[in-house]
Design a protein. Structure first.
Length: 364
């Protein structure tokens, strides 16, 4: 699963990317510093994995991961090919969720592509370009569907109605995720189009050090602007996060964070938020060879969860032995969990819960 970092040039996207991954993207004080998208695979911080490691003492530990893509800065006119527009829009279409970085700090030494700091204007600039690109996609699809609808094809008529709703909403300046549309129609006709503004979004307010804990006037403006969007807002002092990343010693990092009033790095919060934004959850396998976190969609069944390990596990699924994470911690070992009667045996219909520790029985 991929989350794409987007924003205007020079708002801190590449610096944020560097905080999140071991890759070092080029970061500098001029527009279009990032041309080709940078991709990093980032571990999802999870204290439960550390606890299971202490209980099981395995040979290795493998965390869940999210792929983060740093995409070139977008400018006004991108939907018509301005700047790196078409390339940018092609890259963002391939992601599953959007991390939209907004500049929410004043610093005369860092140039702004539009001359002054205004996160709401910046947000609208990008929203408009993405909406225009989606409108173009919808109109092309509508042309084809109208021909079929004219013949009386009932399915085509339904699709035409849904597309007309989309077209109307986009023309009003709404993003697809905010357009009210019948859920069945959304699944059948909207989702397959992979529209950019249909992707879930997390707004990352890039602030200065003094605003890292509680935000500032710019953050308040962003929260007010997106309150009806069903979107998340996260405050992050990206420059400070970059300084913390440079420290090798864990205790030094914690002291640094404590000094500015934070209990953990904001980058860790962001990775977890991106994971949640992608509608993902974690289950664990735990044994002496390895303790591992596996990523599955919320609502996945036991066979689907098994299939993430290997397709044969799903095909030949017999049953799953399931231990709730809290029970694992309370009793400390599988033997004691079995003695207490806390190990559950589940079949094909079982919906996996976040944090389940699982063993699968299968036959191929």
């Amino acid at each position: 699963m991929k989350a794409g970092i987007v924003g205007l040039p020079n708002v801190g996207k590449s610096t944020l990317f560097n905080c999140l991954s071991n890759a070092k993207a080029q970061s500098a004080n001029f527009p279009f510093c990032t041309i080709e998208p940078n991709i990093g695979v980032v571990n999802v911080p999870d204290h439960r994995l550390e606890k299971l490691e202490s209980l099981v003492n395995p040979e290795r530990v493998l965390p869940a991961t999210v792929e983060i893509v740093d995409i070139a800065g977008l400018v006004k006119g991108a939907s018509k090919g301005e700047g790196l527009g078409n390339q940018f829009l092609g890259n963002i279409r391939e992601t599953d969720a959007i991390l939209h970085v907004l500049r929410c700090f004043d610093d005369e030494n860092v140039v702004h592509v539009d001359g002054n700091v205004n996160p709401i204007r910046d947000k609208e600039t990008i929203d408009i370009e993405l909406q225009l690109k989606d409108l173009e996609t919808v109109e092309k699809k509508l042309e084809k569907v109208k021909r079929a609808a004219k013949t009386g094809n009932k399915e085509a008529i339904k699709e035409q109605d849904a597309l007309l709703q989309l077209k109307s909403g986009l023309e009003e300046g709404k993003s697809v995720r905010g357009i009210q549309i019948n859920e069945d129609d959304r699944q059948d006709f909207v989702t397959p189009l992979q529209l950019i503004t249909d992707k879930p979004v997390l707004y990352v307010c890039n602030v200065d050090e003094s605003s890292a804990v509680s935000g500032n006037k710019y953050v308040d403006q962003v929260k007010e602007a997106v309150k009806d969007e069903n979107a998340e807002v996260l405050i992050l002092a990206v420059g400070i996060e970059a300084d913390i990343t440079e420290l090798d010693d864990y205790e030094e990092r914690q002291m640094f964070l404590s000094d500015i009033g934070l209990d953990e790095a904001g980058s860790a919060k962001l990775i977890r938020a991106a994971y949640k934004l992608l509608n993902q959850q974690t289950y664990f396998t735990a044994g002496v060879k390895e303790v591992r976190a596996w990523t599955i969609p919320v609502g996945a069944t036991a066979p689907q969860a098994a299939g993430v390990i290997h397709t044969d596990f799903e095909k030949g699924f017999i049953r799953a032995e399931v231990i709730a994470y809290d029970d694992y911690v309370t009793y400390g070992s599988e033997a004691k969990i079995k003695e207490a009667g806390k190990l559950k045996v589940e079949g094909k219909e079982y919906i996996v819960q976040d944090g389940d520790v699982m063993h699968f029985r299968f036959n191929v």
